[in-house]
Design a protein around this ligand. Structure first.
Ligand SMILES: NC(=O)c1ccc[n+]([C@@H]2O[C@H](COP(=O)([O-])OP(=O)(O)OC[C@H]3O[C@@H](n4cnc5c(N)ncnc54)[C@H](O)[C@@H]3O)[C@@H](O)[C@H]2O)c1
Ligand SMILES: [Zn+2]
Ligand SMILES: [Zn+2]
Length: 375
């Protein structure tokens, strides 16, 4: 079918909204009419070239929700009309990591940046006659997607789809970074570096896990105000300011857990986080930077003798099939703020404005919302 999408033709380009040809579902695939897509910073790494993809053009978007409109052969557990959230890591449930309870490391993730379909290794999208890589095998910057069943999770139909999209990436990643990977315990001091679409949910997760203090660092004043509304107890403008204040507040013990959720992580953020983390504490690296950057300096002396733990995290260490419905259930019970995260809604045509607003720190999460006029 002919539809449209936001395509990136190379590093440093703007998103270009143009006609695309979208294939029908093949073995194990479904077509989804997309309702909403979050503007996550990870798509921005395609613009900067920080995330290497096999080739351009790429269609962006990986934080989506929608309604199943077509079901391919061999699909189990999904039918037309089902409401779904996209999972930016497919989860097959059968490979060694999935079998060991690490769905976020599913072996199907191997083709994430190659863009080759799980079903048969071909491409479902063409633009200007060329194959297009869908971001994270999804490409939710389009009102329709054709994706593998491993990449979507069925949700309850009474949850507003505009809001459900948020748990496809940012909410789950941030929440799990705090609750699972950092394993925040009641009474702990937690620092979150970077209060964006991911970091705000590390704040929510840390608060829900019973942290005594949730201390947020962000250079943008509006982010610090929002962070207080999302559960932060203290906010700081810089890591230097935080280091001094956390030292005072904790009588020199520093934080048990520090979570890095800055938009474009740099090597020096690692040492800053380790300095904020006390003896026996853990620093979690969730933010991403340039894949070619291997330059990190840190105090090996402190790492060893203060027995600090430095831990990476993808999808907050959580299993998409379990976490997405669980977090939406928490939302329904009023225990997770989602409406407050979607600070500006855009039409697909305004996506470049949406990303400019992200760079300018104007949103917690900008959202593309599709309407009938997009179909
Ligand atoms: N590991 C994963 O599974 C995963 C999943 C999703 C996103 N990400 C990555 O997480 C990062 C955050 O994504 P996002 O969508 O929340 O981005 P965002 O742009 O919405 O938020 C980033 C925030 O960091 C703040 N910031 C920038 N530099 C800072 C610094 N030095 N100290 C403190 N704060 C700083 C910004 O003001 C902004 O509020 C990105 O790198 C993204 O690619 C990782
Ligand atoms: Zn994302
Ligand atoms: Zn798997």
């Amino acid at each position: 079918m002919k539809t449209k999408g936001a395509i990136l033709w190379g590093v440093g380009e703007e998103w270009s909204i143009e006609e695309i040809e979208l294939g029908d579902p093949k073995e194990g695939e479904v077509q989804v009419q997309v309702a909403a897509s979050g503007l996550c910073h990870s798509d921005e790494h395609l613009v900067t070239g920080g995330t290497p993809v096999a080739f351009y053009p790429v269609i962006g978007g990986h934080e989506g929700s929608g309604v199943v409109t077509k079901v391919g052969p061999g699909v189990t557990g999904l039918q037309e009309g089902d409401h779904v959230v996209t999972a930016f890591i497919p989860a097959c449930g059968q490979c060694p990591p999935c079998s060991k309870g690490m769905q976020n490391l599913c072996d199907l993730g191997a083709s994430l940046l190659a863009g080759t379909s799980i079903s048969d290794g071909s491409y479902r999208i063409q633009a200007r006659g060329q194959d297009v890589i869908p971001m994270c095998l999804l490409g939710t910057f389009s009102p329709y997607i054709t994706v593998h069943q491993a990449s979507v999770v069925k949700i309850e139909p009474d949850i507003p789809l505009e809001i459900a999209a948020l748990v496809g990436c940012g909410v789950t990643t941030g929440w799990g970074s705090a609750t699972k990977v950092a394993d925040v315990r009641p009474g702990e001091n937690v620092v979150v570096m970077g209060a964006g679409g991911v970091g705000m949910n590390a704040v929510q997760g840390a608060a829900a896990a019973g942290a005594k203090r949730v201390m947020v660092i962000d250079p943008v004043a509006r982010k610090r105000e929002w962070a207080m509304e999302m559960g932060a107890t203290h906010v700081f403008e810089s890591a230097e300011e935080a280091t001094e204040k956390v030292n005072e507040l904790t009588w020199g013990r520093m934080a048990e857990k520090t979570i890095i959720t800055v938009g474009d992580i740099q090597g020096e953020d690692i040492q800053a986080a380790l300095t904020l983390t006390g003896k026996g504490g853990r620093a979690v690296v969730t933010g991403m930077g340039n894949a070619a950057n291997t330059d990190v300096k840190l105090s090996l002396f402190e790492l060893t003798l203060l027995q600090k733990d430095l831990q990476g995290a993808i999808f907050g260490g959580l299993a998409p099939r379990a976490a997405i419905p669980e977090l939406l259930a928490l939302y329904q019970e009023g225990q997770l703020k989602l409406d407050e995260l979607a600070t500006t809604k855009y039409k697909l045509e305004d996506i470049n404005q949406g990303y400019q607003d992200m760079r300018d720190g104007k949103n917690i999460r900008g959202m593309v919302i599709y309407s009938d006029s997009d179909r």
